[in-house]
Design a protein. Structure first.
Length: 289
């Protein structure tokens, strides 16, 4: 069973801190005495926290994670400002909502550039410094959508499945350097994600009279899904996970995430077992046994 270490004051680098889970993380970390390098595209959203805690505890950096040069510069500035960073949290992201064929190429590229390539850039920029200082933690805020597919969220699902694949492999690469990683998979969260954190495709008439059309209307009206996750409790669970050693490889948050994830994985395992004989039948003759 993972041990829970006593709280040590840490320095955190957190992306996407102007609202939602990123904002809650920043607030809780400052209250408990930690230091935060907070990035956001709208830095003025953190003016109140800077005024309350001072720039010796909170440094705010303007950052769009789709800008590779800016990512490298801001990561360097954050490490220089605080001397070290103990935890890197990739939180910045948004959702593209709509059928796959409705999305423009530009919308899909932007979705992948933000949710997949953004965390890859931040992580790659931080890794040499984490390695040089002897270790650290990387926390990737994903979604249960990194395990479960949802209608009208194909590009978003692709970004989350992609980032989870990256961090699954990365975990094995960086463990020898004392760097541990955790993929966080929340379910629905009571934030402004649906109203402010979602880009929408232009609906095609072909989908209007289908179940997907009903689902779209329900989602936009806020009636299709109950949003049950408490962003403060989720942020607290993320912070608590960093006190655990070894780090959990995955952190599922929300009863909806747990139930959806479990149902999907049980079915996936059953499908795999059903294909055992076919899988073995394709081995070369001299490889069998």
């Amino acid at each position: 069973m993972p041990a829970t270490a006593p709280h040590l004051h840490r320095t955190w680098f957190v992306t996407g801190t102007s609202s939602g889970i990123g904002r809650q993380l920043t607030e809780l970390l400052l209250v408990r005495g930690d230091r935060v390098a907070a990035t956001a595209r709208r830095t003025h959203a953190l003016d109140d926290l800077v005024a309350e805690h001072g720039d010796d505890r909170l440094r705010v950096f303007a950052l769009d994670v789709t800008d590779p040069a800016a990512v490298r510069r801001v990561v360097d500035e954050a490490f220089a400002a605080f001397g070290r960073v103990d935890v890197v949290v990739n939180n910045a992201g948004y959702g593209l909502f709509g059928a796959a064929e409705e999305a423009t190429d530009e919308q899909i590229v932007r979705q992948l550039d933000t949710n997949l390539l953004g965390p890859v850039r931040v992580t790659r920029a931080a890794l040499p410094r984490l390695r040089d200082q002897g270790g650290g933690r990387i926390v990737q805020i994903s979604s249960i959508g990194g395990q479960v597919g949802f209608p009208l969220m194909s590009a978003y699902n692709a970004s989350k499945w992609g980032v989870e694949g990256f961090f699954e492999s990365l975990r094995l690469e960086v463990e020898p350097f004392g760097i541990q990683t955790t993929i966080v998979e929340p379910g629905t969260v009571r934030t402004a994600f649906v109203s402010q954190g979602i880009d929408r495709t232009r609906p095609l008439e072909a989908y209007e009279d289908t179940d997907l059309g009903d689902y779209r209307r329900g989602m936009l009206a806020g009636t299709a899904l109950p949003f049950i996750g408490d962003p403060v409790r989720i942020a607290r669970a993320v912070i608590d996970s960093v006190d655990r050693d070894p780090a959990p490889a995955r952190l599922v948050l929300g009863s909806d995430a747990y139930e959806l994830g479990r149902t999907t994985l049980v079915q996936r395992l059953a499908d795999l077992e059903a294909q055992r004989s076919v899988a073995y039948s394709t081995d070369a003759e001299d490889a069998r046994g």
